[in-house]
Write a protein that binds this ligand. Structure first.
Ligand code: DX5
Ligand code: ZN
Length: 229
């Protein structure tokens, strides 16, 4: 069976916030699948980023789905606000959530797609009982909190493990990777089983611009799969 090409998801954490609407339209035109919005609270991760007003503003400029990656301590307290602002999906972390199933059901009750994210040190096995309820798994390939970090190689084995679990338990679930994804690491992550690639600095930090960077990423993945065969 022919595999679909992986989808590219720009993370606006590395965008120029003074030109955010413009930059989102540029990646939309270049074929972005959705927009990844990193929400950080300075507590769950050692950094602050953005909140629901950014989602609300972006909702007015793009037709792309807005995916909110909630790197916050109490995601349940914010789901409604983000849903009202126009978020289309939630990525909530396994770490620190004693009631993950409840969080997932709450996101679903708001009519949103939902995924669970796991940090680099978290084993794939924790996903086994929640996987049937998910649209997506996010394997973090860096420690969350900052853009422009180096891809952690040991996560590749976990991506493979999660791919096997998804194929067995819930084949319609997507496998997304986030952190340090560029033209070198993207083909490796895809080869391990990822079908959605989040990328921030490799897209918005590119000297030739975001559209050129997306073309290059796509070409790298296509070349990578030719050599992998
Ligand atoms: C990191 C965020 C990522 C970040 C990725 O905590 O979750 O989405 O924007 O940035 P790059 O692609 O630069 O590693
Ligand atoms: Zn993210």
């Amino acid at each position: 069976m022919k595999k679909c090409p992986p989808r590219l998801v720009p993370s606006i954490l590395s965008a120029d916030f003074a030109r955010l609407g413009e930059q989102v339209l540029e990646v939309q035109q270049a074929g972005a699948d959705r927009i990844h919005v990193d929400v950080m609270d300075g507590h769950f991760v050692p950094n602050l980023s953005m909140g629901a007003p950014v989602v609300q503003s972006l909702r007015r400029v793009t037709r792309l789905p807005l995916e909110t990656h909630l790197m916050i301590s109490n995601p349940d307290h914010f789901l409604e606000e983000f849903a009202e602002a126009g978020a289309d999906s939630f990525l909530v972390h396994w770490e620190g959530n004693n009631n993950l199933h409840r969080t997932v059901q709450r996101a679903r009750a708001l009519g949103k797609r939902v995924g669970v994210a796991v940090n680099p040190a978290t084993p794939a096995a924790v996903l086994v009982d929640i996987l049937p309820d998910l649209d997506q798994v996010l394997v973090m390939t860096v420690n969350p909190g900052f853009g422009h970090q180096r891809f952690i190689d040991t996560t590749l084995e976990k991506i493979r493990r999660v791919r096997r679990m998804i194929d067995q338990i819930n084949p319609r679930c997507d496998l997304e990777v986030d952190g340090g994804i560029d033209a070198v690491t993207a083909p490796r992550a895809v080869d391990a089983g990822a079908n959605i690639l989040v990328s921030g600095s490799a897209i918005f930090g590119d000297r030739e611009g975001a559209a050129a960077a997306m073309h290059r990423l796509r070409a790298a993945v296509a070349d990578g799969s030719i050599t992998a065969d």
